[in-house]
Design a protein around this ligand. Structure first.
Ligand SMILES: [Zn+2]
Ligand SMILES: [Zn+2]
Length: 361
């Protein structure tokens, strides 16, 4: 253990945290403990503001006919922020991280000894310790990471972009991986918000030939075209499913629902051709009216995917480092605007991704 590490460790850090669900994100100085064992302290250069931050802050998911209570997963006051990139500033004696290294943090930390964790799917752990979800996250100047194995050096990729790979990028990547055998002709991307745009960029980097983007918002469709979608479909217009059928000659084999609402999932299922598959990753809320006989008659499948596992994160960062992954639109804001950013995202006033930059003050 070097003395300078100990001197650099912990200390008082500014954070933006809420004390009641749906309440203000106040500026609070938090005492960060010195890293022990393989723990690492990362100075936050960039922290993405994610749609799930809105749900975590409100304290529930909308399940359509009822609310799923999210308020038991953490202690208040709480610091949000799970899309974190920054520099290692302190490390415990057993950590394999070099101070000064620029890293993106895999935040989906599990318990380490359940069946899901053992299978390498920590993000599905029933006793999660996820950063910014269950333990304090990156709406702060520094964050404590429980083990250096969760750090991914991102090389030349800018921190503001690298941060978004920890959730929006990873979510899109893992969803497309689950469709690997079906994307030979193309993919339907439903929802062109932050995660959907990441999906379009990743689909292009994976050489998926035809990308159809669908959204209810013309501004988001314009962003989708900008990101490289070959066709766009306004799902607010009547006949949107028919448009997909015409474009594809009978429906798509692969679709990702980045919205996760009743109407987006219905649209995605309706746009499937025979043996088509929809991966739902969005969490907006609602219940799905489904014509059950279509499952066998068209042999379609509907599957969920939640963020991604550590291996997928490593693969995604490698893909990003090849330079083939186009940057998605990013708007940076100071840490002081964290609450406004969450509110803007809730109200649908954000195109692309808002990334907080605590390191810039
Ligand atoms: Zn997220
Ligand atoms: Zn576990």
């Amino acid at each position: 253990v070097c003395d300078h590490r100990a001197a650099n460790s912990g200390g008082e850090v500014k954070s933006r945290r809420f004390s009641t669900y749906g309440g203000a994100l106040d500026e609070v100085d938090v005492e960060l403990p010195a890293p022990q064992g393989a723990q690492v302290v990362v100075e936050v250069d960039a922290c993405g503001v994610c749609h799930s931050d809105v749900h975590l802050w409100e304290g529930y998911f909308d399940l359509g006919d009822r609310k799923l209570d999210l308020s038991r997963g953490r202690d208040l006051p709480f610091t949000l922020g799970h899309e974190i990139a920054g520099r290692v500033v302190a490390a415990g004696p057993d950590a394999g991280a070099a101070p000064g290294e620029s890293v993106v943090v895999y935040p989906w930390v599990g318990c380490g000894d359940c069946a899901m964790c053992a299978a390498g799917d920590e993000q599905l752990c029933p006793r999660p310790r996820a950063i910014g979800i269950n333990v304090d996250g990156g709406y702060a100047e520094r964050v404590l990471v429980p083990h250096s194995r969760y750090l991914h050096p991102h090389g030349d990729v800018p921190a503001t972009l690298a941060a978004t790979y920890a959730c929006s990028g990873l979510t899109a990547f893992a969803a497309l991986r689950k469709l690997e055998e079906r994307t030979g002709d193309g993919v339907l991307v439903v929802g062109a918000g932050g995660v959907g745009l990441a999906g379009i960029a990743i689909a292009r980097a994976l050489d998926i030939p035809e990308i159809i983007a669908a959204d209810i918002d013309p501004a988001k469709l314009a962003a989708a075209r900008e990101a490289g979608a070959h066709h766009t479909i306004d799902t607010a217009e009547p006949g949107a499913v028919k448009q997909v059928m015409r474009l594809t000659g009978g429906g798509v084999a692969a679709a990702v629902d980045f919205v996760g609402s009743a109407s987006s999932a219905s649209f995605a299922v309706g746009a499937l051709g025979r043996r088509g598959k929809v991966i739902v990753v969005g969490l907006l809320g609602g219940t799905l009216p489904l014509a059950v006989p279509l499952l066998p008659l068209k042999s379609i499948s509907l599957e969920g995917s939640y963020v991604g596992n550590p291996d997928e994160m490593a693969e995604l960062i490698r893909l990003a480092q090849t330079g083939r992954l186009e940057a998605t639109p990013i708007e940076t804001r100071p840490l002081a605007e964290a609450e406004q950013a969450v509110r803007d995202l809730r109200d649908g006033r954000v195109v692309g991704r808002v990334v907080l930059t605590p390191g810039r003050g």
